[in-house]
Write a protein that binds this ligand. Structure first.
Ligand SMILES: *Cc1c(COP(=O)(O)O)cnc(C)c1O
Ligand SMILES: [Zn+2]
Length: 410
């Protein structure tokens, strides 16, 4: 990969060649892919990008870690819509709010960006099987993208994973194991199994290419805003791979002079599980926490990408904010009603955090903000119905319906 200098450890600075199945540094630190931006600059300009007809995440392949002759694998990932949200903008009293709906990716979450990268790298390295542990979306997106690529998957999810995600995994033909334990215990089992059987490792903790896939969400935002960065970008945070990817995407665009700055990151975690935000707020290292939130995709008590995530939030001049499950439910209804976007609980957590900061007067009244919706609400119908309630029933005659209307039941 001529456009790549190597992979640098975020802890000790050691640099390794970018092998397709590289994992972590010998010191235990996670790796970050280093690009030769000077070499890329002339190959990825505004004009070149605008003329491109590839509307997938691979339209940015000059700053993605794949070989020049590699054919990308997996499903059609990326180019999710960036919605203008005028009614919610007014409600929040800010300059302009956009919603990046990544729940519209093929398996319904932003994780597709990492999984398409994982199956492409696994195929490059000649692997036939990939292993991963996940709270749900990393698994279902891996299973779908691997099915498309003809690669087998062994997947471990904690028992609390919602039915919709389990259904996806079974449909995509994954070898699925539901682990009776926390995400931490699930992760440990997957690690042991991957080592024992020699599968390609799609754990975001150890695979530096996954946040490179996820960064394409930020590359798209810059392009969709006409090569500008917003003032803030709100992201929900679990393991920390997504927020690290978002930072990296804006960083790349600045290095390539395709936008002028990195937006301030609003890092949103659940109040019942917020080790990364706690570390950002206190300035100390992160400490393991319990996983007390119904937003399953961000219930990560032992974040594996904490180092990258904490530097991303700090270096962007970011803000950490925690939200309760009730605040997440309220944001889910607000997004549905005012924008027409239905996100899963973790998917709307970023917007819940933004709403909270606006109510506290923290966000300037002329600010432009992008809030990323990371997962589709149809993945977790049970918690959605708990949040909105059951609908009214009527007999099939007009008089019965009129009684409902007159009683304000519909
Ligand atoms: C995985 C996920 C996140 C958080 O991403 P991390 O990389 O774990 O921080 C947020 N929302 C949804 C819907 C997810 O699936
Ligand atoms: Zn190191």
């Amino acid at each position: 990969m001529k456009h790549i200098i190597g992979c640098r450890c975020v802890r000790c600075g050691s640099i390794y060649p970018a092998a397709p199945d590289i994992t972590i540094c010998s010191c235990g630190g996670i790796l970050d892919v280093l690009y030769d931006y000077d070499a890329v600059k002339s190959k990825l300009t505004k004009d070149i990008l605008c003329a491109r007809t590839d509307h997938t995440m691979w339209r940015y392949r000059e700053i993605l870690p794949i070989e020049e002759d590699t054919t990308p694998r997996g499903l059609r990932v990326g180019s999710s819509p960036l919605y203008d949200a005028p009614r919610l903008t007014d409600q929040l009293g800010i300059g302009r709010l956009y919603l990046k709906d990544d729940g519209l990716n093929p398996t319904g979450s932003l994780k597709d960006r990492a999984s398409a990268m994982a199956v492409t790298k696994a195929a490059e390295a000649g692997y036939r099987t990939i292993g991963c542990s996940s709270t749900g979306n990393a698994a279902s997106s891996l299973a779908g993208n691997a099915a498309a690529a003809g690669i087998a998957t062994y997947i471990f999810v904690p028992a609390r994973a919602p039915k919709g995600k389990i259904a996806q995994l079974m449909m995509f033909g994954a070898h699925l194991t539901v682990v009776d334990g926390s995400y931490e215990e699930t992760y440990a089992l997957s690690k042991a199994a991957i080592e024992k059987y020699g599968w390609y490792n799609r754990n975001a903790a150890v695979n530096p290419y996954l946040s490179e896939g996820k960064k394409t969400v930020a590359l798209e935002i810059v392009e969709q805003l006409g090569f500008k960065a917003p003032d803030y970008v709100a992201v929900s945070v679990g393991d920390g791979c997504t927020v690290a990817g978002v930072y990296k995407g804006f960083y790349d665009m600045v290095q390539l002079s395709l936008c002028d700055r990195i937006p301030r990151i609003i890092s949103v975690q659940a109040a019942g599980c917020c080790p990364i935000n706690t570390a950002v707020m206190t300035g100390d290292g992160w400490i393991q926490q319990e996983e007390n939130t119904y937003a399953d995709s961000i219930a990560v008590g032992v974040p594996r990408n904490a180092d990258k995530a904490i530097s991303a939030i700090r270096d962007s001049g970011g803000i950490a904010v925690n939200v309760t499950d009730d605040e997440i439910r309220a944001a889910q209804r607000t997004l549905g009603k005012t924008v027409g976007v239905f996100g899963e609980p973790a998917g709307v957590a970023a917007t819940a955090g933004l709403i909270k900061l606006c109510e506290q007067g923290v966000i300037e009244r002329d600010a432009t903000v992008v809030s990323i919706v990371t997962g589709n609400g149809l993945k977790d119908i049970d918690s959605a119905i708990l949040s909105v309630g059951e609908p009214p029933h009527s007999q099939s005659d007009l008089a019965a319906f009129e009684r409902l209307i007159n009683d304000n039941k519909v």
